[in-house]
Design a protein around this ligand. Structure first.
Ligand SMILES: [Zn+2]
Length: 210
């Protein structure tokens, strides 16, 4: 069936020819050259992309690999943190490095847990926001757990007013809000500076640092 004839999207109809060309299987020779160049550019000598009439296209090993040997390392094209995982940890939306501080990570995790779960990890979690105070934050009432850490202690951890032992040995980059205002998107300072350069933003405004 011609997908463009049933698609409700105007773009599908307008660019049906270009879309079909992009989705078409490339000629075997050009695909072979593409993968060959890709592997050479990555300086990988242990694998190759080959074709067989029986199994089709596949990645084959040129040699035996031992435990912990690197087989393939490639640049990530697209990545996103799972929304449920955002409850557990705050990471940079670009490089996924943990950001903030150990205290911030632990305080925020316990705070969200106290709002929406049983604390033992067995209750279905209802949080979908990425930060405390988010309008898309947790639903559900406090569980009333008498063993819970007092909320003021958790807030103190998140604010940086309470320090845990030895955490100065595990410094994390500061949390920086998305300069474009994307809700829930946080970055490490390193990536933020790259973004600033891209958008020609010269200074980090104080309200951008969380
Ligand atoms: Zn980052």
């Amino acid at each position: 069936m011609d997908a463009s004839s049933v698609s409700p999207c105007d773009l599908d109809r307008e660019f049906a020819l270009q879309i079909a060309q992009l989705l078409a299987t490339p000629p075997l020779q050009s695909a072979q050259e593409y993968y060959g160049e890709l592997i050479r550019s990555k300086k990988l000598d242990g694998i190759r992309v080959s074709y067989s009439g029986k199994h089709g296209k596949g990645v084959y090993a040129n040699r035996d690999f031992g435990e912990d040997d690197l087989v393939l390392k490639d640049q990530m094209l697209v990545g996103a943190q799972d929304s449920l995982n955002k409850i557990d940890c705050v990471v940079c939306s670009y490089c996924f490095h943990f950001i903030g501080s150990i205290e911030y990570q632990i305080g925020r995790r316990l705070y969200l847990q106290s709002l929406g779960g049983s604390g033992d990890g067995t209750t279905e979690r209802h949080c979908h926001g990425s930060d405390v105070g988010s309008s898309t934050g947790c639903s559900g009432a406090s569980n009333g757990n008498s063993n819970a850490v007092p909320q003021e202690v958790l807030l103190s951890l998140m604010d940086g007013n309470t320090l845990l032992p030895l955490t100065d040995q595990f410094c994390l980059p500061p949390v920086v809000a998305c300069p474009g205002g994307c809700e829930g998107e946080l970055y490490c300072r390193f990536v933020f500076l790259i973004i600033c350069e891209y958008f020609l933003i010269c200074e980090v405004a104080p309200e951008m640092i969380i």
